[in-house]
Structure formats: C-alpha cells, structure tokens
Design a protein around this ligand. Structure first.
Ligand code: 0X9
Ligand code: ZN
Length: 314
C-alpha cells in the first residue's frame, strides 16, 4: 500500500489487492462489503468509510467504472478513498463531513468489462454478458437501469454500444447496485457516478427534458462544484441536465437514483474534452483527480449543510 501508485491505471487484480490492503490498514474507519457477483462470477465489493458517531448518518454513494474503457473513473474512486483516509484525522473539512456522512465507494462497477479492456480491447464499453446464442456480447449497464428503460438513446440491438439489456436490471451488476441502493434509499443523500469524458457535471434527467423538483438546487450545487474544480487547475466544466447539454439517454443509474428519491444525484464526466478521450494519459491522472476532489468535496459540503441534524456537533 505504501508503494501503490495513484498516478497509474491498475489492472483489476491490483485493485482487489488494494481494497484488501486499505481495509487492513484502516480497520477503524473502513469496511469492505460484498454487493454481488458479476456476469463472469467475479465478486463486487464496495468500501465503506464510516466514523463512529451518535448522529444519524446519511450515506454518500460513489461508483466508478460502469463503462469499462473510462479508466480515469476507477482511478478517481481510488484517489478519493486515499484522500479521505490520509486526511480524516487532521483535516477539519473531512472530519466534519464524516460526522454526519458515511461514504460508500464502488471502485469498479463493470469489472468484467474493465478486465476485458486490459486483456483484449482497450475501448470496450459494455459488460460481458452473452446474447443471441453467444453471437454478441455486453450490455450498456448505464442503459440497464429502470428509468424509462430502453426508450430513448438506447436500443434492443445487442450489437450496439447502447444495448439496454433484456429488461430493467437484467444484468447482475445492475441488480447488485440497484438492490443495495434500493435497500438503503431512505438514508442515501447523494448518488455520484463517475464517467469520462467531456468535463461535465450532469443532473437528471437524460430520458426527458423535464426537470426534477429540486433542479435549481442541483444546478446551484453543481455550478459551485464546477467553480471549485476550475479554481484548482483552470479546467472548464459545464453543468446541466443530460438531455439538455449532452444527449438523451434512458436507463441511466443517475436518473433511476433520482426517481427512487435520492435528492442529490449527479453524473460526472471527467477529463478530457476529446484530445485523448477515453485514453487519458497517466500524466493527467493526478491533476484530474485533484480537481475532481475539489468538486466532489464542494458537493459534499453542500449535502452536509442540507442534512445538518445536531447543532451541538457544530
Ligand atoms: O452515455 C452515457 O452513458 C454517458 N456518457 S459516456 O460517454 N460516459 O458513456 C452519459 C450518461 C449521462 N446520463 C444520462 N444522459 N442519463
Ligand atoms: Zn461512461
């Protein structure tokens, strides 16, 4: 763990190993939890960072790597965990957050796909489930959630990059995440799903131009985060609803999370703007993670303020 490089992309075996070492080194704040198995029977685990407290806690969910080729996303999830753990004792801001918030981080959601990008096809996007008698592979897990499933910006053609699967949550990875989120939804304040690329902070919805009932607040919090991000290294992000500033998509995890009642639900599209696209050089990992950390902390500060319970803790 002392030699683990956060400026590198890591194959899945190293990420599993990293999770075990994190859990062993920070036993007092970190636990590792099983979420379910992938299509190819690999275990999915999330890390929970939680400080003992008498306050009622809200949960922050963050997943990375739902799309296999977006390697900067898993790199950020690991960076985020590292930053929290290295700083929670001395850093006021992080200590404060942990008083009322638990962080649940899933470093790689689409594990089978991620492995495939290391072994076979760097630009693979989908999961690795088999369809049409083994003639085509992979579901777009970010079209597989039960949010106006397979209506717009998704297709039932299994050859397509945006294949929605055979039904809402037909894929074991989707099922694992959605069952967990559903079971805790009353306590989940914030759902963050990390992608690349495009430099965007996206709010619901993708499946309609309609806005959620807290849209203005989501935009405000998102814009403040984008400002904090820009202040770090000057990177420009745009903030808006998916359908407005990106493109229409049904079945995304973020829309689904908002629809089941999670108030702060965001998709982050990390660097870059297309120069390298999905194949962001390792030399940009550090700056990308540093600036994204600023944005995420800004969101979390706002979520924290919103869910303030006890003035005595202040
Ligand atoms: O198409 C996607 O799933 C995301 N873009 S990516 O290039 N990372 O594949 C955008 C997801 C945004 N969410 C919705 N539009 N609902
Ligand atoms: Zn993506």
């Amino acid at each position: 763990l002392e030699t683990y490089s956060y400026n590198r992309y890591h194959p899945m075996g190293e990420i599993y190993q990293w999770m075990s070492e994190i859990r062993e080194k920070y036993t007092e704040v970190v636990t590792q939890h099983f979420l379910g198995m992938t299509y190819e029977s690999r275990p999915m685990y999330y890390l929970k960072i939680s400080q003992p407290s008498n306050n009622p806690k809200k949960i922050i969910w963050m997943d990375c790597g739902i799309h296999a080729r977006e390697w900067i996303a898993p790199a950020f999830c690991q960076w985020f965990v590292k930053e929290i753990l290295q700083n929670y004792k001395d850093n006021q801001r992080i200590r404060r957050l942990l008083k009322n918030l638990d962080f649940c981080v899933l470093p790689v959601l689409n594990i089978d796909g991620y492995i495939y990008t290391w072994t076979t096809d760097r630009l693979w996007r989908k999961s690795r489930s088999s369809h049409n008698n083994g003639t085509c592979f992979g579901t777009d897990l970010n079209r597989n959630f039960d949010a106006s499933w397979c209506s717009i910006g998704a297709t039932t053609d299994c050859e397509s990059l945006t294949f929605c699967g055979t039904g809402p949550a037909s894929e074991p990875e989707t099922k694992a995440v959605s069952s967990f989120i559903e079971s805790k939804k009353e306590n989940i304040a914030c759902f963050l799903t990390m992608h690349s690329y495009g430099q965007l902070i996206l709010v619901p919805y993708g499946y309609t131009k309609n806005k959620s009932n807290n849209h203005e607040e989501l935009i405000q919090v998102g814009q403040k985060a984008a400002n904090a991000l820009k202040a770090k290294h000057g990177t420009n992000y745009r903030v808006g609803s998916s359908a407005d500033i990106l493109y229409a998509t049904s079945g995304s995890s973020r829309d689904w999370a908002r629809d089941i009642g999670i108030p702060f639900s965001y998709t982050f599209e990390l660097r870059d703007n297309g120069t390298y696209g999905f194949v962001l050089p390792e030399t940009q990992i550090q700056a990308t993670c540093e600036e994204t950390m600023e944005a995420v902390l800004s969101v979390l500060d706002d979520v924290y303020e919103k869910y303030w319970y006890t003035n005595s803790a202040r």
